[in-house]
Design a binder for this molecule. Structure first.
Ligand code: MN
Length: 294
């Protein structure tokens, strides 16, 4: 037998979207986390919304989500199609397009807006992306906000074999290649394209919470189970080796992170450790302490 079966990491569940709703007036999303109802097995990942894919007609209106706050975690926006413009109360902002990632650390608090980029909106076109929320350890929840624009050109792509596809390392490490995102707890985040009939072996750390979100295609996991289109597959913490094989051309995100073993208190855009900290966050926001957009 192959050695790969010895330390296999088991797929323990496959989940469909929990809800389909609009975020603001510009982002039709399917919620994969926490819709799955297995939140504790996903820490430090708090939320995953799949935006689109949806074709938008040309418009001069500014579609998206207007001014709103966040505190206590990070929002990570990964674009596949279309362009989104961000602007926040620290003066940071920028435009991300296909292949780009914005890793925004709200920490002690920001107010921001997320809109379809102006020229993209005026031309119209396909919008597709993912927004992931990553929790912060207690020690960093009140740290200064930080904003990382990770352009496609800065995200290393690992060739995984002739015609097999490629794996882009957004955060963490794969086969000695390190991703550009700075994180506050250990996280591996890969954007993976696997061509039909090809396979890849991944080693995801024992003890980390790991999952596989398939945007497109069908993926055979460990030779026996399938994660289909717009499904999220959850792995157990034991073992390391995962074998993925694309039954059709597949686009997926691989998420793996060290669990943050601290209490979670969440209310809308705030994720803290206690209810008192949530009340404080609401008060601080209302008092303007998270700033405003200029
Ligand atoms: Mn936001």
């Amino acid at each position: 037998m192959q050695a790969e079966t010895i330390n296999a990491k088991e797929l323990v569940g496959v989940y469909q979207a929990g809800s389909h709703h609009m975020v603001g007036d510009g982002f039709p999303v399917r919620n994969m986390i926490p819709g799955a109802g297995v939140e504790e097995q996903l820490s430090p990942f708090l939320m995953l919304d799949y935006m689109g894919p949806e074709e938008f007609p040309p418009t001069t209106s500014r579609l998206g989500v207007g001014e709103h706050p966040h505190r206590g975690f990070e929002t990570v926006t990964i674009m596949y199609h279309g362009k989104v413009a961000h602007r926040d109360s620290t003066g940071s902002g920028g435009v991300i397009g296909p292949g780009d990632v914005q890793w925004m650390t709200a920490a002690s608090g920001v107010v921001h807006e997320e809109l379809h980029e102006k020229e993209f909106a005026e031309k119209g076109g396909l919008l597709e992306g993912v927004q992931l929320w990553v929790n912060l350890p207690k020690a960093f929840k009140m740290a200064a906000p930080r904003y990382q624009t990770l352009l496609s050109s800065e995200i290393p792509a690992v060739n995984i074999g002739e015609g097999a596809g490629r794996l882009r390392v957004i955060a963490g490490e794969f086969r000695g290649v390190t991703g550009p995102a700075k994180t506050f707890s250990p996280v591996h985040l890969y954007d993976l394209h696997l061509a039909a009939g090809h396979r890849i072996e991944l080693d995801l750390p024992e003890g980390f919470n790991s999952s596989l979100f398939v945007l497109h295609g069908q993926v055979l996991v460990n030779g026996s189970q399938t994660v289909g289109e717009v499904e999220i597959g959850l792995f157990g913490q034991r073992g390391e080796r995962v074998v993925l094989e694309a039954k059709q051309d597949a686009t997926m995100l691989v998420l793996s992170g060290e669990p943050i073993a601290e209490p979670v208190a969440r209310y809308g855009p705030f994720v803290m450790n206690t209810r008192d900290e949530i009340i404080q966050a609401v008060q601080d926001y209302q008092a303007g302490k998270m700033g405003h957009l200029s």
